[in-house]
Every structure is written in C-alpha cells, then in structure tokens.
Write a protein that binds this ligand. Sequence first.
Ligand SMILES: [Cu+2]
Length: 413
Amino acid sequence: MMSLLGDYTSSKLSVFPKSASSFSGESDWVFHFISIVCVIFFIPIAVALFGFAWKYRKAKGQPADSQVDHNTTLELVWSIGPSFLLVVMFYFGARGFLDMRSIPEGAYNVGVDAYKWGWGMNYGNGVIHPELHVVAGEPTKLTMTSKDVIHSLYIPSFRVKKDIVPGRFNYIWFKAMEPSEKVMTDEECKQLADKDKEENLSWDYDARQCTPDGYNFYDLYCAEYCGTNHSEMQTVVVVHETQAELDAWIKKYSSRGDEPPAAYGAKLYERRGCKSCHSIDGSRLVGPSYKGSYGTMRDIVGGDPVKVDENYIRESILNPKAKVAVEQGVAYQPVMPSYKGQLSEDDIYSLIEFIKSLGDASAAEEASESPAEEAAEMAAEEASESPAEEAAEMAAEEDAEAANADTEPVSVE
Ligand SMILES: [Cu+2]
C-alpha cells in the first residue's frame, strides 16, 4: 500500500502542492485573495474589540448601563464597503466554479470506478488500471462511479475534488499542464520489479517517487475520510507529453500478450484490487485467502458446500453474491463488487490460473487430464449455451441485482 505524499510543494513559503492544471492558477489566486482580505479585516476588528472592552470596562459592583448609540454614516460605510469585496469574491469564485462545471466538448474520457479500497481507471477496450494516465495540455473528463459506498476523488495538484456516489455518474474535468518526467529507465524499472517479485513485495511508489513505468507522478487520493480504509485509497496521476505516448502506455496494458496466464493473473490481482480483500498467505482479510483454496470444499450460506473449481471462481468473480463463502462457521460479508463486464474471459482465466498456482488440492486427481482434453471440455461447455439462454440468464441476474440495489442503503462507510 502506498503511503503519503509524492507531491513537492511549489515553494518553501507555499503550503500548496505544485500547481499543475489549468485550474490551479485561478483557484490559488482566489484562495489567497480571500485569506488576505480576511486577515486584513480580522486584525483591526480583534484589536478594536479588546481595546474597547478594556477602555469602557467598569469597576466591579457598578451596574451595567447601555452604551448603544447610532451613527448612520458609520453603519453605511461598514455595510456597503465590504459588500463590494464580497461581490469581487463571488465573481471570481463563481467564474472558477462554472469553468470547472462546464466540460469542454471532445474532452478525453477516462472511466473511474471507485471501490473499497481502490481505483479502476477505465481506458476502454478492457484496459483498467489503478493509475490515472492523461495527456498534457488536453482536457480530460473523468466519468466516475462507485461500486459500494461514497468515495471522493481528489487530485491536490490539479485542484479538483468530487464525490463519487454509487448508482450514479459524477463528472469532473481538468487540463493537466505539466508532463510527468521519465525519471527511471525501463531497464532500471524492470530490475526493481524483478527484485520486488522475489521478495513478494509490490511496487513502492512512495519510496521510489516513480511509477513502475518510470514516470514521476501527482498524487490522487480518496478524500472521503469516514471509514476504514479510504485514507489508503491512494494512487497516482501520470501526465504524458503526447497522445501517442499515452496510447503506447495503454497498449502495453491492453492484453496478456504472450505472458503465462498465472503470471498475468498475479498482475491483475494487484492491479484490479483483489489484493485489498484477498490475501495469498492464508490470512483472512475482507474475503477468503486464495492460498491453497483451489480444489478444496467451500461452505456457503444457505446451501451445500461447493468445490472451489474454475466454475465456482468464475461465478464468484462475475456474480459474487450468488454463493457467499463461509469459513470456520463465520460467513463473509457479501461486499465483493461484481466484475461482470470488467474482466475479459482471458483475464478471468488468468486469475483462475493464478489462484491455482497458489496451491491446488485437486492437482493429484486431475493430473491425468491433459491440457488438450481440458480445452475441449471448456469449448463444449461454452458452445452448449445458446445466445437466447444467455440473454435470459443475464436479464434474471440484472433483476436480482436491481432488487439488491433497492434494499441496500447507500452508506458512507
Ligand atoms: Cu474511498
């Protein structure tokens, strides 16, 4: 898990992180203007308050009498004078606000899925990654929704923040001005990543101050500080110099390529947030550990135990509420979000292979089955399902989901 602060402040005098979007100039200016006006008024008012209290105090025991008097000129001056200042504040505040609210046509769109406890940035074509990658000088629009509770996306350097509410889309836009620098070569990154792999660690953004692709970055936080781990929902924004560079980055993550499925599954496990709820060392987190689970019998709520096999894992990923796991007599909270439409069949296959690679209780009995036989079996299974059947199934599932959504209150955990 990343910990705090990659952003450097713009200067030793400033408390703000570096200003890096088209909003930050005006936002900082208005903030400083209002703060300075407040201080300019506060000091003389406070001095006069204490001064007069001292000057007109009475000795102990003397009865109080009213000093109220009226001076029309004075009252007009101190009412109308400051109201001009308020109008100036409102004008600049409203101008900045409207600018943030009017999303330019043709902005580059990235989908944002917030969940307990992480982010999935959706670049289309099944490419979903926890890091936010955008292009410098181009408007970017974020289309944001939550899978569970209310989250809040906050990019301090860009001066943008907005709540993300389950069951609806919220939008923000920004124009990043300064590209991230490539501070580590691919070679260096690879060496570090290999070392991490040996030691079973994940990439330490904070210590290295760069992403696994070698870029320095801006911080992205969840600012909904009201539940267990929102404060750990930290990720990074990388600003590419050109669209071509961004496209190349997206392509790199677009599919498994010729990587072995289990190794790719391990990456998805980190990238797609399974890691925040499932351990691979046997410890019980929000969900069951994957370690040695494959091929064992799993108790479920309101049904006979089921075998942890390909179909059960696939169903658990696409429709987690269908069978809710029980371990040592204690049922898990059914909080896993559905990944339906979010993972390709190959992704799911890779995740299954990854879970298998963490210990396979059925390895011995299945050893006799050749890979070819297995593939044939899977193809046959898929073929047997007609499109009509599938559609009916999906409709039924959606109904069930809708029913769930109705009964589940929106909680800000
Ligand atoms: Cu959050």
